[in-house]
Design a protein around this ligand. Structure first.
Ligand code: GLU
Length: 307
């Protein structure tokens, strides 16, 4: 095993895994294992209201059922985001010292949405938050007045390029194209962009493989990691299973592992995923191990996959 290469599974236990998640996790496994790397299983249970222990347990079981293994991680201590608040707090304080976060008193709906990873159809971009422009005195006044604010990252007017392993060069102006995002909600819960960056940095992740919908988060995460003094991982985004209208598929793509496991064998599921993403020509049953032997990102579709 090449211990310098570190990949990760990072599912959020807010439901059962479905075909769309399985494709992203299969690609993460293939990418890491084909390079001889080490895989970490991190449970992204940041949001206490949406995360359930039974989903977390089912996810681990479903991955094993599919034939996707990992070397360390959940449920061992320290691999669930809900246990890592102190680490996020340290990063948050470091950002605060550099005036890179500011309090925001905008609506509650916006704050709640912001704890999880932004997937298609979920608004996140906030180009003109008035709270970013409050004077120091006004900020102090409001902080003392008592209504707890959310905290936002003050993104610079800076072009950041991520050379994605699958989609190639992707540049965003952080302020214009990404927009200040919430790093801590008003209820104190740390939000996705901060937690995922801190975790990838501290866990020494060198390869982040996930669905294309999170490509738009990669420049921010790279900048955040480098700003915190770390080394950003390589990013490699895979295609999504969609309903053909750009939205995540509600049919096959969202077919849950609960149903799949009753009706199909794991090699059949892997075979179908392999054909859908371009790694195989037919749905013939195949194991992850067999796919690994000739895994090549160049054969994986760059287009989303209508199912
Ligand atoms: N936990 C996130 C999700 O389920 C994925 C985070 C990531 O891969 O960066 O959407």
């Amino acid at each position: 095993m090449d211990t310098k290469i570190v990949g990760r599974f990072a599912p959020s236990p807010s439901g059962y895994l479905h075909m769309g998640n399985l494709l992203a996790l299969l690609l993460a496994w293939l990418d890491c294992r084909a390079l001889g790397g080490r895989l970490i299983f991190r449970m992204e249970d940041l949001d206490p209201a949406r995360s359930r222990a039974e989903y977390a347990a089912a996810m681990a079981e479903d991955l094993r059922w599919l034939g996707l293994d990992w070397d360390e991680g959940w449920p061992a201590a320290g691999y669930a985001q809900s246990e890592r608040s102190e680490l996020y707090e340290e990063a948050f304080d470091a950002l605060m010292k550099r005036d890179l976060v500011y309090p925001c008193w905008c609506t509650r709906a916006e704050r709640l949405a912001a704890a999880s990873a932004p997937h298609p159809g979920e608004a996140e971009h906030d180009p003109g938050c008035p709270c970013a422009r409050l004077s120091r005195a006004e900020r102090e006044r409001r902080l003392l007045a008592g209504r707890a604010p959310a905290w936002k990252l003050r993104l610079p007017d800076l072009d950041v390029t991520v050379v994605d392993g699958h989609f190639g060069s992707f540049t965003q102006n952080l302020r214009r194209d990404a927009g200040d995002c919430i790093v801590r909600r008003a209820d104190g819960v740390f939000a996705y962009q901060l937690a995922v960056s801190v975790d990838d940095m501290l866990m020494g992740v060198t390869r982040v493989v996930r669905g294309r919908d999170l490509l738009a988060s990669a420049p921010r995460q790279k900048w955040l990691i480098e700003t915190l003094g770390g080394t950003a991982p390589a990013y490699c985004h895979g295609p999504l299973l969609t309903a053909g209208d750009g939205k995540l598929s509600k049919r096959l793509g969202s077919l849950s592992t609960q149903v799949l496991r009753r009706e199909r064998r794991p090699e059949e599921v892997v075979g179908q995923l392999a054909r859908l993403c371009g790694l195989r020509e037919t749905d013939a049953p195949v194991t992850p191990q067999e796919l690994m032997s000739d895994f090549d990102w160049r054969r994986v579709s760059r287009e989303d996959i209508p199912v």
